[in-house]
Design a protein around this ligand. Sequence first.
Ligand code: AHR
Length: 682
Amino acid sequence: MNQIRSHAQRLSQAAAFLFAATAITGFAQTNAQVPVIQVQADKVTAKMPPTFYGLMTEEINYSYEGGLYGQLIRNCTFKEDAIQPNIRANAYDPAKYYPASYPAGRAPRFWSSVGGAALVLDAGTPLNDALNVSLKLDASSASKTSPAGLANGGYYGIPVRPKTTYKVSFFAKAAPGFTGPLMASIVSTNGQVLASAAISGVTGEWQKFEATLKTKGVKPSKDNIFKLTTTAPGTIWLQEVSLFPPTYKNRPNGDRVDISKLLTDAQPKFLRFPGGNYVEGGDFVNRFNWKQMVGPVEQRPGHRSCWGYWSTDGFGLPEFLGWCQDVGMEPVMAVFAGYTLNHDHVTNSAALEPYVQEALEEIEYVTGDASTKWGAQRIKDGYPNPFPLHYVEIGNEDFFDRSGSYEWRFAQFYDAIKAKYPQLKIISTTAVKSRTADLNDEHYYESEEAMEGQSFMYDTRDRSNPTKIFVGEWATRVGSPTPNMAGALGDAAWMCCLERNSDIVLMHCFAPLFVNVSQLNGNNRSMQWASDLIGYDALTSYGSPSYYVQKIFSLNHGDEVLATSSQNLPVRTAPAGRGGGTRQIKSLFYSATRDSVSGKITLKIVNSADTPQPVTIDIGGVKSVATKGTATVLKAANRTETNSIKDPQHLVPVNEKIKGLGASFTRTFPPCSVTILELNAK
Ligand code: AHR
């Protein structure tokens, strides 16, 4: 059995190694003492929760609209200009539907006229109560030689790939005399028709039309437009004009394939949804009102996202669940808790009760069987099997509610949910006194220095608190639109801390997840919040260095956390923060886990310094450690290096077979690097 060697012995061996390394490489190490990390393989400090690594999501930065949601037409329901009634909590009836109104005589945003047609929003010819407006197309200028109609540029372009089938659908009716047909097409910037289909049969009654558009051997491109035109003069009304490429796992009303693959590759185990601020909404009328986000998409009214743009809610509650199913995650669902971002909230428990009932029904939608009202609705929406649900979060960031109402709002939700679903774990969003929350959601958005500076903070947290920790939003916010290597280093240091402390930190997730990088600033900007995990435009997507750190951490860990300790951790000089000046922070971070079946030890080492770092690693409590193992390394020449939509794979982890391992070994870790060592231990 290997014993951890004495400190003096370690230091003299490490100094000898350092001398040799200096002689060979000419690299002058300033810190004379080589750091030592000890792993006690005979001391398990935590069973790592199987749902430790997850994702956090909300509609921000065009996450679903113009992002994950496959639908390509922007403002497909013509409600981007909707004027929502302004109703305070005390006057708002959660059971009531508050329809939007529309500015008179205005053409809908993101649509343009083709061939002299006139476009105008028409609230007098609605499709239904939910989509209580339509687009009136006056195509009286149309002729055989000059088609008239409308065009849409999608979310910063309509993407096209070769030999691909796109599904177009819309609702339409026409004034008497229109003979049709309508021509749906995808057209390139130089006017080339890339795919088209003729659709006839438009009458005086609303009907749904569907067609397929097939491309030939075209080049992949994104700066295309979608057109709907006619050569027959007439007046046509349109609603819910939608265009879908093939979706992930061919799910109807489904998700973009490339982004879904990136997510699946990282094997996240849960999805915290729908927010974030998005669950709260800017005000009561625009809260996350899940009952208006189920059923057929044309029955969903949509709402204004708290991040400023219109959510059609085509990506609604069933779609969140479909996403969980397709990527292999379990839902961690946040429910609206009677408080909105404008600090408006219900003021007494009778007024809160309808929202509590809504939450119970929402849980029934997710978990109920066919005999339940809302389980039956989920089945109707395409999901026959109940979803595994273990965690429900009450609201989001309720520490912003300075009135203190969260204390009793939380208690009311907690009591009702525990009474009906005693197996569920309830997550609070700020500390509460009258009930014991199962978990409390802590959020951290920090600089690299701050993140690294706090990367030992949970090691000293009180273990006796029955409320465990869910770090439901965190990010090292360095780099825009997506984090650079500095962000990834801060993230990796932080995740070492989370792993080491997974006896009290049961789950965590980086946030925000997505950003459409097409238009970072200005009007109609596609980004509201910088430093997001995954970036994309209409055609392609990429993972940031932070994404790759998430991925390699999520993929490489055992089910047991091993005790670790260290000596001589090096420090580096870093900016002190807002007050200016500098401070010394650690530049070496670590965590160790083991697979209880195979005995394999996974060791994570982060060197955030700009210089190589020799480290001595001692593994105690094992019979042997093989000399051969593997290393997965993400590194950069400097911390400002990054990935981008134009250079998506600039920094990616590299996997290599390595030698020179054992129960005690010294290895030099590259500057600005994250390394995962797999040690074959017995
Ligand atoms: O992640 C962006 C926002 O940060 C979230 O919506 C909110 O919960 C937090 O303040």
